[in-house]
Write a protein that binds this ligand. Sequence first.
Ligand code: FAD
Ligand code: SF4
Length: 485
Amino acid sequence: MTSERYEVIVIGSGAGGGVVAGELAERGRSVLLLEAGGHYTAADFTRWESRAGHDFWWPLRFAFPAGDPGLGPVTLIGGRCVGGSTVINTKVALRASPRELDKWHAATGVGLAREDLDPYYDIVERYLGVRERSDDWDLKPCVRTAKRGFEALGAHLEPTRAYTDHNCMQCGSCLQGCPTNAGKSTMNTYIHRNWLGEHLTLRPNSLVRRVLIEDGEATGVEYVGESGDNQTVHADAVVVAGGSLSTPQILLRSGLSNPNIGRHLGLHPAQFVFGLFDEPQDAHMVAPISSHCFDFAADEDGGFAVEAVTIQDPIGFTVSLCDENGPMWGQPLVDAAKRYRRWVGLLNMSNDDNHASVSLDDSGQEVFLADFQPNEIDRINAAREFSTKVLKAAGATQILWSGLATTHMQGSCRMGADPATSVVDPHCQSHEVKRLYVGDSSLHPRTLSVNPSLTIMALATRLADHLDRGAGGQLEAPRREQLVA
Ligand SMILES: Cc1cc2nc3c(=O)[nH]c(=O)nc-3n(C[C@H](O)[C@H](O)[C@H](O)COP(=O)(O)OP(=O)(O)OC[C@H]3O[C@@H](n4cnc5c(N)ncnc54)[C@H](O)[C@@H]3O)c2cc1C
Ligand code: SF4
């Protein structure tokens, strides 16, 4: 047992936790960052698909649809390593639109406008070097093919913005970690810049079981350390940032009872649609998401967005393939896999209405449920039909698709004004326990229709700012210049 003390303990080092920890350490706060996964760097990222799945990914988990069993389970994908999912993500960096922040307000009364978030978005974009990813726009055959299909339907395929620098060699292996460090993660930015300094203590392979609570205040955490022993450590404030699937479990294991914990999980369900072309397309050798179409992103316009051009590496591609008979098998699967270089993939992301959930069963095991309603299923189907039309218009001779998956889980401990509808207050502090904060994707009151990481990082920067200011009396007076005046 140890009796260490820090100003802030941050649980989880992904988009939320990595930013909170880095920002606070940079301002001279003593921070302990506890991460369940290992610490890997660019030298470890070798495009070895099964090794990445084993070493840096959280083992695949599934949300089972409560209603329509025909949809199949939704595969839940996330990172488990220092940097969390930012290590294995595709680096798309988009701001939430005012329309989406209005949805947040309607859900929980949280009153955040773009003017409130923009200063924090600016800071994150500068830190990560966000830029328009248009450098492979017209050069690669697969991008040109996809663009042809979108244009034939009068839809707009635009280059995306991303946190990749100009060293990106468009190798397409972002999901196995970036071997050049061109792709930014919280690991190779916020964490590494502070790691060798005196203020940030990083402990990988440290699985937090629960937050310690005394007299209604968080006082520390209990975790299983690298050696396998139980450890306790204390702090003035605890930030839980284990991601939308883990954060609610940590709060429940800590004895919190707010009924919203684990509810309102948004999945932002994603589905690949693949088109087969006569010539090699090499859609695995591009920056995986270089462009997107947001023409139908508003619910009233269809409620989905399409990302292009992307295809997983061969294992992921092959195990996900479906046709009208369901998951593929036997000779048709072999035939599809043999033509790997000739497939072009579009990735649909549909708006959902946050009906999924995370809970613990009687034996303490995690349970994930999806509960898509008819209007959500309509959006998923509309997205698939649209992408099919695009690929056929571009000349595809066969269409296949994947099952549903998500990499954008959000909203399981949402922020809001009222404990009846939310878990934490607008400054991310638990309604139930003082000095206990949530700092990750769980905060979003509604699923965003854009990729969520930039917003998670902006909210995390705002939380670090709030803690450092000592606004709630959690920490002593600020020691450095505040970030946002
Ligand atoms: C393949 C993929 C592609 C994506 N592409 C994009 C994209 O292009 N653009 C975009 O905006 N978003 C993208 N995302 C989504 C984005 O990366 C996530 O939304 C974001 O990283 C979530 O941030 P988070 O802090 O909530 O969780 P994470 O980043 O997942 O971090 C949570 C961390 O907490 C750790 N943890 C969990 N439980 C515990 C515990 N009990 N104790 C200690 N540590 C714990 C986990 O190991 C993990 O490292 C992608 C995600 C994936 C998986
Ligand atoms: S495509 Fe670019 S960002 Fe992605 S892994 Fe390769 S070099 Fe890194």
